[in-house]
Design a protein around this ligand. Structure first.
Ligand code: DGL
Length: 277
């Protein structure tokens, strides 16, 4: 069997375990692809870093993934996409790169009253790219976006504290961030950070404590996987089902934390290696 670029793996990265919420959609959409997941947990969170720091980390991680021979990169992190996707595309103009942005457009289409809460990191919400997107979608649809930075939430999720008990520290944090959005009439909440789908049950419980009205949660993981499939097809890079797909994890922190996240969040048990990138 000859090896072609089509058989090369796809690199997926995030500041930590959040990108696993995107990886699960990629596995569902592209079941034959080899995947490398890179958790930059040794440098998480990205959300309180400067734009330049996030750009530097994203370039370092992409360079590592390319050394592993990837054929495409998925930036499974809103913060890194908003801050660094331009720099990544400038550095690697030939490489298919897919990013993830808070789903403002789908939220505007789904909202009944045009009042939309956006939960994301501080860095994402201050990014020029996000502010331009808000401006564009607001003027096209008349929607109002209520931007809510969720300081500290990524750290809770990195520690596997998913708010499973009402009143625990993660649930209290969600209450603090979500209650004001509901009080302002938001009927749609954008999960603008790939870590947040892992606390979706706690978010729904928080919403239910305030209102019985329908509140829609918007997550763009599935759209990202579909965009990746389109790019691979356009470049003739989709892998055929000729052998079982491989999955490998890398982390800049302890291997155990990523192995636990794979097992606990996705019921997967891939080999995980530490890297000092
Ligand atoms: N999962 C990342 C995102 O989507 C979290 C960023 C962070 O580490 O603060 O923005």
């Amino acid at each position: 069997m000859t090896f072609t670029l089509r058989d090369a793996p796809i690199g997926v990265f995030d500041s930590g375990v959040g990108g696993l919420s995107v990886l699960r959609h990629i596995r569902a959409q592209l079941p034959h692809e080899d995947l490398i997941y890179f958790a930059d947990s040794g440098h998480a969170p990205y959300g309180d870093k400067t734009e330049q720091q996030v750009i530097d980390r994203s370039l370092a991680v992409a360079s590592f993934l390319l050394q592993q021979g990837v054929k495409a990169v998925v930036v499974a992190c809103n913060t890194a996409t908003i801050a660094a996707i331009k720099a990544l595309r400038a550095r690697y103009p030939e490489l298919p790169i897919v990013g993830v942005e808070p789903g403002l457009k789908p939220a505007a289409a789904l909202s009944r009253n045009g009042r939309i809460g956006v939960l994301a990191t501080e860095r994402t919400l201050r990014g020029e790219k996000l502010l331009a997107l808000r401006e564009q979608v607001s003027s096209a649809t008349g929607a109002t976006f209520l931007l809510q930075p969720c300081v500290g939430l990524v750290e809770r999720i990195e520690q596997c504290a998913m708010g499973s008990e009402p009143g625990d520290a993660t649930s209290a944090m969600l209450e603090r961030y979500i209650a004001p959005l509901l009080a302002q009439g938001a009927d749609t909440l954008v999960l603008g950070c790939t870590h947040y789908p892992f606390v979706q049950d706690a978010i729904i419980r928080t919403v239910r404590a305030h209102t019985q009205e329908a509140v829609t949660l918007v997550d763009t993981g599935d759209a990202v996987a579909r965009q990746l499939a389109r790019l691979l097809d356009a470049a003739g890079l989709r892998r055929e089902a000729n052998s079982a797909p491989k999955l490998l994890g890398y982390t800049t922190a302890g291997v155990e934390a990523l192995a636990i996240a794979f097992a606990g969040l996705l019921d997967l048990h891939p080999p995980v290696e530490h890297v000092a990138t």
